[in-house]
Design a protein around this ligand. Structure first.
Ligand code: AVJ
Length: 332
């Protein structure tokens, strides 16, 4: 090993916290979800195998899917302000993926001479490894400590530190049900020292037509992404879902203030899921919920942060007010 590569590697550490229990967890979650009544349910993390992650990348580039573009525009424009307001010297990114949006933050931190460490956390190892190397070469002196794990369960394994900026972007918090959301934020709050900050991305309430189009695009990519959960279950749990016999559905639930994605069975069937030890009866027209994606107001974000012991310091949106980024600190 020679040159920059070897130097960079000395500054990279990657901990893998995903153990064998992940596949047991999957079986249990799928069993619990598919035996629910009246509405069967599957966890949205099942979207994100390699193929699903690739589909999600495609979704972010669709004309109808505005969240990624809007959040990116806030970050590009406000990164120096965010960095200054946070006082951070370390970035911890929960669900980092390819870290494409975070680059604006890292760049601004480096510009402020305040970039010590980057801690990407993701269930998928390959993108974490790739971006660790790239970033170490771009920023001499940057330390990268990646964590391969689930941001809901493996937060305890995060390295300690001070003046850390926890970033949870993309609006993924919206996939949690309200109780899980408060619990997650409170767990995060528990980990935070007085100098740590949270940067949270939340999609905002808007015209129903705009919302529904974002989750039911004309090219059908989201439909393919939605059906991918069945493909994953077929592979991982030996299930017998006929993927082409399910319709994609996406609708805005005004009362809950969330988009719901579902898969509707076209047939009356009983689907074996041997890895979960069940056979799943589905009536023709019956739906399985695969995702909720909550849409917030600034007031609601502030309220929920408050419930978790976090105080809102700043709130930014894009020009059209489509997407929100909040910066908060541990309260008192
Ligand atoms: C990546 C979870 C924020 O909820 O908008 C995209 C996932 N689902 N299209 C979202 C998603 C359907 C996305 N998040």
């Amino acid at each position: 090993m020679t040159g920059a590569g070897a130097v960079a590697e000395a500054r990279i550490r990657i901990d893998d916290r995903l153990d064998g229990s992940a596949s047991d967890d999957l079986a249990v979650e799928v069993r619990d979800g598919l035996t629910k009544s009246p509405l069967k349910e599957l966890p949205p993390k099942l979207f994100y195998d390699a193929y699903g992650s690739d589909l999600f990348e495609q979704i972010t580039q669709l004309p109808e899917y505005y969240p990624t573009r809007c959040e990116r525009s806030i970050l590009n424009r406000r990164a120096p302000e965010i960095v200054a307001a946070s006082g951070a010297e370390e970035l911890i990114e929960l669900g980092s993926g390819s870290a494409s949006k975070t680059r604006a933050l890292l760049f601004a931190m480096a510009g402020a001479d305040a970039l010590r460490r980057y801690v990407p956390v993701d269930v998928s190892a390959a993108p974490v490894e790739r971006c660790a190397e790239e970033l170490c070469e771009t920023y001499p002196g940057l330390e990268v400590h990646g964590l391969i794990g689930d941001f809901q369960h493996d937060l305890v394994h995060l390295p300690g530190g001070e003046r850390r900026l926890f970033a949870f972007l993309g609006g993924t918090i919206g996939n949690f049900f309200p109780v899980d959301r408060v619990e997650f934020l409170a767990d995060l709050r528990e980990l935070m020292g007085p100098g740590d900050r949270l940067l949270l991305g939340t999609d905002l309430v808007k015209d129903v037509r705009v919302l529904e189009a974002a989750y039911d695009d004309s090219a059908g990519v989201t439909a393919e992404f939605n059906r991918n959960v069945l493909r994953v279950i077929n592979r991982e749990l030996g299930a017998g879902f006929r993927i082409d016999r399910f319709d994609h559905r996406a609708f805005y639930d005004e009362r809950e203030s969330w988009i719901e994605m579902r898969l509707r069975s076209l047939d009356d069937v009983v689907v074996p899921v041997p890895g979960a030890g069940i056979e799943v009866p589905l009536e023709a027209g019956e739906e399985i919920r695969t995702e909720i994606s909550t849409k917030f107001t600034a007031a609601r974000v502030e309220h929920e942060l408050g419930e978790a012991g976090l105080r809102l310091k700043r709130f930014w949106t894009d020009d059209a007010g489509m997407f929100g980024l909040s910066l908060s600190a541990p309260a008192g």
